[in-house]
Design a protein around this ligand. Structure first.
Ligand code: SF4
Length: 171
């Protein structure tokens, strides 16, 4: 399996886990159309950028671009809806969930949406009911390393990120 196929498999695994966590936290999750607090002007690894671009080209989809967006907002957010929802990057697939990650000081940190987890005892967060962000980010990093070796059109460094909004230049 090439790195792009492995990326899609990783994305699927993330969707499955996110769905399971949403089920576990269904009494707290209030994410719905109209809430876009998590939507920002993200940058992504080349493997994600080119996978999203290819999928949009294959589908012959030209997503709606928000021209009135503020600098820090995502250009694919139109009327509070994502115009590339099916192909959105991994960072957007865990929006609203409690995320567990290692902070810069080496201690575990938890990020939980302030709109969802209004009445939740922080002590109840555990490995089983949080999204292990670092585990998936490490996998993504390794797959991206393979991808940039295989990709001949542009020479990328392993820490290079591409602003998602650059997609509009190719569509
Ligand atoms: S790609 Fe979609 S879900 Fe992700 S930040 Fe942009 S509008 Fe939001």
């Amino acid at each position: 399996m090439n790195s792009t196929k492995q990326y899609l498999a990783l994305r699927q695994a993330i969707d499955s886990l996110s769905e399971s966590l949403e089920g576990q936290h269904k009494n707290h999750m209030k994410c719905k159309t109209g809430c876009d607090l998590c939507c920002m002007d993200y940058s992504v690894f080349p493997i994600e950028f080119h996978s999203i671009l290819n999928a949009l080209k294959v589908d012959k989809t030209v997503p709606a671009i928000n021209k009135d967006t503020l600098k820090e907002d995502c250009i694919f957010l139109n009327n509070h809806q994502c115009s590339i929802y099916e192909e959105r990057p991994i960072i957007c697939r865990t929006h609203g969930l409690p995320l567990l990650f290692m902070g810069e000081d080496g201690n575990w940190e938890l990020s939980a949406c302030e709109l969802n987890f209004t009445e939740f005892d922080m002590e109840e967060f555990a490995e089983e009911n949080t999204f292990p962000q670092d585990k998936f980010n490490s996998k993504l990093f390794m797959l991206n390393k393979e991808f940039i070796k295989e990709f001949k059109e542009v020479e990328y460094g392993e820490f290079d990120l591409i602003p998602l909004k650059k997609l509009k230049e190719y569509l």
